[in-house]
Design a protein around this ligand. Structure first.
Ligand SMILES: Cc1cc2nc3c(=O)[nH]c(=O)nc-3n(C[C@H](O)[C@H](O)[C@H](O)COP(=O)(O)OP(=O)(O)OC[C@H]3O[C@@H](n4cnc5c(N)ncnc54)[C@H](O)[C@@H]3O)c2cc1C
Length: 395
């Protein structure tokens, strides 16, 4: 097989890239490790920045998003048992964010790709990248055609490594090329999906002595809630009653606000990490999304950052194929990293502002409360939060 761009991974980065390239008349083949059913059912992020929503409409995949997405014009920061609203529309030039689950985005993008009859292979095994520092890179993999297993080779001009944090693209780059910057956090999030109407129209980020809590939602019938927990928290110790009890405590207010409970339909623990590799390219391989960087979920940025990367990549590849210029491709990593580091900063800032750290002392606790008070009373500070949350401008 031969194509122009081999895309490894059918997550948000790989799928958005394929549609952006299609629009420019550039061929691509997507190679995905898992089945379609698996990637369309994997529950992950749920909040789309203004730019991501716009892009879905531009690419003609925004119909369900328009019908089912929940637009949010703000969030609540809750501390000392009182809520304080940050009004995005007022503070960020009328922009807002939209709640629409990542796996619904994936369904829309996969459907568009298949409807356009463009190549996408699921269940590709033992994928390996070759000759990435040459002008003729290629990928080998095993593919399970019904009843047989064959090794395939895909030749291409460029490889887009969109295979997430655990993929093979980043690790195919020779040792010594990449510099890694990372921070692990001494806590995780215990997340639940509950069959319960959300108790608030907008997200609530709660700072509490017992630890952070977040109230979010998937639809008008389903709530998504999180509790700060140990990074290796044992879920067996968290029967449903204990989870609701803890959420009630951390989200309680002085004004009688009520948290609606309901059957818990899914629960899991997510670790928290900040991670960046530099550069995000080597030879003819460009990394995009989680394969190059991870943010803690507090700022709701992971998916949106992956989309921002591939927009830059698509423009650079478009320039290469239309005029032969390589300037934008050579700048790919530097262009992306400017945004990546700003988003890392914001995600870290939200995380350190709202969570309890094991080595915190009463001074740290007071400092957090003072900062929350400042953020919710200073227009300059709340505007900084709002413009980062709805998404920084594109380059
Ligand atoms: C449990 C969890 C919860 C999360 N919650 C949030 C949240 O609330 N908010 C938020 O903003 N972000 C969240 N994130 C992060 C967000 O989901 C990611 O940032 C986003 O999915 C990144 O998209 P991506 O396309 O770069 O990578 P991915 O979505 O990871 O996609 C990579 C794709 O590559 C495939 N792949 C991997 N290895 C190979 C291989 N060897 N060969 C072929 N294909 C391969 C994978 O199967 C996958 O389909 C969460 C992540 C996780 C894991």
């Amino acid at each position: 097989m031969r194509t122009q761009i081999a895309i490894i991974g059918a997550g948000p980065a790989g799928l958005f890239l394929s549609l952006l390239l299609d629009r420019l008349g550039i061929q691509s083949v997507i190679l995905e490790l898992h089945t379609r059913q698996y990637i369309e059912g994997r529950v992950r992020a749920g909040l789309l920045e203004h730019n991501t929503v716009q892009l879905m409409h531009e690419l003609g995949v925004g119909d369900r998003l328009k019908r089912q997405g929940l637009e949010h014009g703000g969030i609540e920061l809750r501390f000392n048992n009182r809520g304080h609203r940050i009004d995005f529309r007022e503070l960020a030039s009328g922009k807002c964010v939209t709640i629409y689950a990542q796996h619904e985005v994936i369904k829309d993008l996969v459907a568009a790709r298949l409807a356009a009859n463009k190549p996408m292979l699921f269940e590709t095994a033992n994928l390996q990248l070759h000759a990435i520092d040459s002008t003729s890179p290629y990928v080998t993999f095993q593919h399970n055609a019904p009843g047989q297993k064959s090794t395939e080779r895909l030749d291409c001009d460029f490889i887009a490594g969109c295979d997430g944090f655990h993929g093979v693209s980043r690790t195919s780059i020779p040792q010594g090329v990449l510099t890694t910057y990372e921070r692990d956090y001494p806590f995780g999030w215990l997340g639940i999906l509950a069959q319960a109407p959300p108790s608030s129209h907008e997200l609530i980020y709660a700072h509490h002595d017992r630890g952070f809590a977040l109230l979010s939602m998937r639809s008008p019938q389903v709530s998504r809630l999180y509790l700060q927990c140990a990074p290796d928290e044992n879920l067996a110790l968290w029967p449903d009653d204990r989870i609701w009890h803890e959420l009630q405590k951390r989200l309680a207010t002085h004004d009688g606000w009520k948290l609606t409970e309901g059957p818990i339909i899914q629960k899991g623990v997510t670790g928290m990490r900040s991670f960046v590799v530099e550069p995000m390219q080597y030879g003819r391989l460009c990394l995009a999304g989680d394969s190059a960087h991870i943010v803690p979920p507090t700022g709701a940025k992971g998916l949106n950052l992956a989309v921002a990367d591939v927009r830059v990549l698509a423009v650079a590849l478009g320039a290469y194929y239309s005029t032969g210029t390589t300037d934008l491709l050579a700048q790919y990593s530097a262009t992306c990293l400017r945004r990546v580091w700003k988003v890392q900063r914001f995600s870290w800032w939200m995380t350190q502002l709202l969570h309890r750290f094991p080595d915190d002392n009463p001074f740290d606790h007071r400092r957090q409360l003072a900062e929350l008070d400042y953020v919710t009373t200073s227009r300059a500070a709340s505007q900084t939060l709002a413009e980062n949350y709805v998404g920084l401008p594109l380059p």
